[in-house]
Write a protein that binds this ligand. Structure first.
Ligand SMILES: *Cc1c(COP(=O)(O)O)cnc(C)c1O
Length: 407
């Protein structure tokens, strides 16, 4: 990947802070190989443009990788979460407990399903939902818990499953950051009732846009399959095959969330490198940890060594009382050609959620304090040791208010 061409930020998302080519070290660089390109080209030449053999194979390969019986590949993680809630008939009158410290769509899908999102604060060391807070927010209307594995470090799934199992609640994991994450030796995707993965451009493997739902529940997978494609009967997936029939039935009102085959071809090619890509992310993360370890002004990401981190993000926090605050540090890094991001603006800070009138600033003090210090540093498989070192040096200087040398 040359990384030389300017890639403008996707208009709808806040992940990129500047066009890639303007930065010495961008926040993110995709890892696209010639094999990826060849896989997509072969798919295009095959003539299968909508969901077809590559989607079916991607589903099987993902199921193998994450250790689930069934995988439904769809066009986003957002769609995967929405479809799971719909397939479980979670809707008006029901409550779903999730975290304010996530991308907005984790909460939006609950509202789109017609249910009530109930937010529970996070733990300060790793940004993951606090099981004690989940317990505190339970009500007779609670139907599901939707934990988010922040940055790729798994939530406390034993505690969450305990709470859920004793009350018959579903557990849907937002695993957008967690492809390849292991919780106490078990792959995310094989733990809760269902897990939703993202293959968005910046995620650990990508299909450009894409997502998947992993589950051991055949009924859930089958209903999601129907809802994914207009509510058509299962046979509709084969209506273009030799011997396929023109006849189909819309058995319920569905959505249009399927993934095109060329995207699935890219996903299959990326999935073959998932372990290698994760290992290279971990190498960069460990170098960050080592180099920033003794800095009194920074809080490093907390993680449990019994787990395997996917290292989707490396989020440091600027301590209260550091010479420079988070916003100044981000500006200073940008002036030095280093791209960063912030994960996340707490959901209840966004205007659309404020207008709902359900939450106020101050309701989730741990998440709010986490946000005030948070900076996501550049982290991607192709990052060199020298690039990590450059970011660390710039960060240490920026937080101390040392201006960049004029260039
Ligand atoms: C990226 C992301 C999503 C959304 O993923 P899409 O595939 O873009 O729908 C959801 N939750 C979290 C935590 C994310 O980071």
């Amino acid at each position: 990947m040359s990384g030389a061409q300017v890639r403008r930020e996707p208009a709808s998302c806040g992940w990129y802070t500047a066009p890639v080519a303007e930065l010495r070290i961008p926040f993110f660089r995709p890892s696209i190989t010639e094999e990826d390109v060849a896989a997509v080209a072969a798919c295009l030449r095959s003539g299968w443009l909508t969901s077809g053999p590559n989607v079916a194979a991607f589903e099987r390969e993902l199921a193998d990788y994450v250790g689930a019986r069934f995988v439904n590949v769809v066009n986003s993680c957002t769609a995967a979460m929405h479809l799971a809630l719909r397939a479980w008939d979670i809707g008006p009158g029901d409550e779903v407990i999730t975290t304010p410290y996530t991308f907005a769509s984790t909460v939006t899908v609950i509202l789109h399903a017609g249910a009530e999102p109930v937010l529970a604060d996070i733990r300060s060391h790793d940004g993951n939902i606090d099981p004690a807070e989940v317990e505190r927010r339970l009500s007779p209307r609670t139907k599901a818990v939707l934990p988010v594995h922040f940055a790729g470090e798994p939530c406390d799934m034993d505690a969450i499953l305990d709470i859920a199992r004793s009350r018959g609640l579903k557990v849907l994991e937002d695993a957008a950051h967690a492809l390849g994450t292991k919780y106490r030796g078990r792959m995310v995707g094989s733990i809760g009732d269902a897990a939703a993965f993202s293959f968005y451009a910046t995620k650990n493997i990508t299909t450009g846009e894409g997502g998947a739902l992993a589950t051991d529940d055949e009924a859930l997978s089958e209903r999601v399959r129907v809802l994914t494609l207009h509510g058509m009967t299962k046979d509709a997936w084969h209506r273009y095959d030799a011997g396929g029939s023109w006849r189909y039935d819309i058995q319920e009102l569905g959505f249009k969330d399927n993934l095109p085959d060329p995207a699935a071809a890219l996903g299959r090619s990326q999935l073959r490198r998932a372990e290698a890509l994760r290992a290279r992310r971990e190498r960069a993360a460990r170098r960050y940890l080592e180099q920033l370890r003794d800095d009194p002004y920074l809080i490093l990401p907390g993680f449990d060594p019994r787990n395997r981190h996917a290292w989707h993000l490396f989020v440091v926090r600027v301590r209260d009382g550091a010479p420079r605050g988070r916003d100044d540090v981000i500006r200073e890094l940008a002036a030095r050609g280093i791209g960063t991001s912030v994960h996340f603006i707490p959901v209840h800070f966004h205007s659309a959620f404020r207008r709902l009138g359900r939450w106020r600033e101050g309701d989730f003090p741990v998440a709010e304090a986490f946000f005030r210090g948070a900076i996501s540093l550049p982290l991607y498989p192709d990052m060199t040791d020298a690039e990590v070192d450059t970011v660390c040096e710039a960060l240490r200087e920026a937080v101390r208010g040392k201006p960049a040398l004029a260039s």
